[in-house]
Design a protein around this ligand. Structure first.
Ligand code: RM4
Ligand code: MN
Ligand code: MN
Length: 386
């Protein structure tokens, strides 16, 4: 830490970061092999929102909750928004769902049959309308589209269908609403995926217009991908819209963010902090939507979410204490290892006291995981939801 980067400045930087938690991570979920129910796990959208609100009360930095439209379906979205407000949170990103249902066997937006494409488009138009009703300014959809066998369909045509459908969505966005385009390397399609990578997502966003930006799900890349470089380039191009944070070891594992590779998370945050200090990228970096997208299969849902939030704050705090002046000087001198050491110095610093100070200022528990455990929420919810 240096003079220009003192504890106050770090705390100031941390104050600017809010993290959206996903409704779908609070219920029971599993793999295709089985689901192990967790005692007290949320059973409906109201309980999922209540759990998100508890995470916000304990951490102070999670005021919004992302909604997955089919899974969280209600007839009255305004009522749901009012319920969220009564719990102390707001509804955040509205996620469309065009991957469940028999019609989508061959895809949704890229399906060869225009009637299925219409269905997917109409569903997403409805999601945009829901977003308007609940005052959300982020709409996002992930496509499971792709093919399993060479020759199954025409890849260029599928891309055209995608642009056509997404074009309708972009045209329907009210001013101020963003359309975040999420890519994923593979799965459930195993031969070709229609939106497989950030390059394709960039092409799509460029074709759509200014309200479309890329959503980086940190678990959606081939092994070994330099995710922070993707983040840096998207920032430079004004196209980084937001994140779906989670951690992976092999495929789209959806583990707790920062649990497998905290150094990668730190490197990603490093690019963001750096971009915030650059007038060319500052606006894009300031508008990033920090969202978690996880699936907790064998662990308690709420505790996993609190830990995830803490891991994000920890990585961000470490990125904030990087001595940027020393880093710049070392880079310009060609001091390869000196520059590297500036980064590792920050990564190795214990930032827990800084985070505790931030929480103390807000009257929050010093360690929200400890508080969650000692306040007995797990047992209470297991009783109430038995
Ligand atoms: C996908 C992707 C989406 C999420 C679905 C459930 O892999 O990450 O964001 O909504 O899973
Ligand atoms: Mn995702
Ligand atoms: Mn995923």
């Amino acid at each position: 830490m240096n003079a220009s980067n003192n504890v106050e400045a770090v705390i100031g930087g941390l104050r600017g970061i809010e993290i959206e938690t996903p409704s779908w991570a609070y219920g029971n979920s599993g793999t295709r092999f089985g689901v192990f129910p967790w005692p007290g796990a949320a059973r409906n959208v109201h309980e999922r929102i209540a759990d998100a609100a508890l995470v916000h009360r304990l951490t102070g930095v999670c005021p919004t909750v992302a909604i997955h439209v089919i899974w969280d379906w209600v007839d009255d979205w305004k009522e749901l928004a009012a319920f969220a407000q009564s719990e102390g949170v707001r509804l955040g990103a509205i996620n469309g769902n065009v991957f469940q249902g028999d019609d989508y066997r061959l895809g949704s937006f890229c399906h060869p049959d225009s009637r299925v494409r219409r269905k997917a488009i109409d569903h997403c138009l409805e999601c945009i309308d829901i977003a308007k009703q609940v005052d959300s300014d982020v709409f996002t959809v992930w496509l499971a589209d792709g093919t399993n066998y060479p020759g199954q369909d025409e890849m260029r045509e599928r891309y055209r269908r995608l642009l056509e459908g997404f074009g309708e969505l972009h045209a329907a966005l009210p001013a101020g609403m963003r359309f975040l385009v999420e890519y994923k390397f593979f799965e459930p399609a195993f031969y070709s995926t229609d939106l497989p990578d950030w390059g394709t997502a960039v092409l799509v966003c460029r074709a759509l217009g200014p309200q479309a930006q890329v959503l980086v799900d940190t678990g959606h890349h081939p092994l070994g991908t330099n995710v922070e470089q993707i983040v840096a380039l998207l920032l430079e191009e004004g196209l980084l819209g937001g994140f779906h944070f989670n951690n992976r070891k092999y495929a789209d594992d959806d583990l707790i963010v920062g649990s497998i590779d905290p150094f990668e998370l730190f490197r990603i945050m490093g690019e963001i902090v750096s971009a915030k200090g650059d007038p060319h990228t500052e606006r894009t970096a300031d508008a990033i939507a920090y969202m978690i997208d996880q699936s907790h299969n064998i662990e308690g849902k709420i505790e996993a979410m609190i830990q995830s939030v803490v891991n994000i704050q920890t990585a961000y705090a470490k990125a904030l204490i990087v001595d940027r002046e020393a880093l710049r000087a070392a880079q310009l001198e060609g001091d390869v290892l000196g520059a590297h050491r500036v980064l590792t110095d920050a990564f190795e610093t214990d930032v827990r006291p800084i985070l505790e100070q931030l929480r103390a200022e807000r009257g929050l528990p010093a360690d929200p995981v400890v508080a969650f455990r000692s306040e007995g929420h797990e047992q209470r919810l297991a009783r109430e939801r038995a």
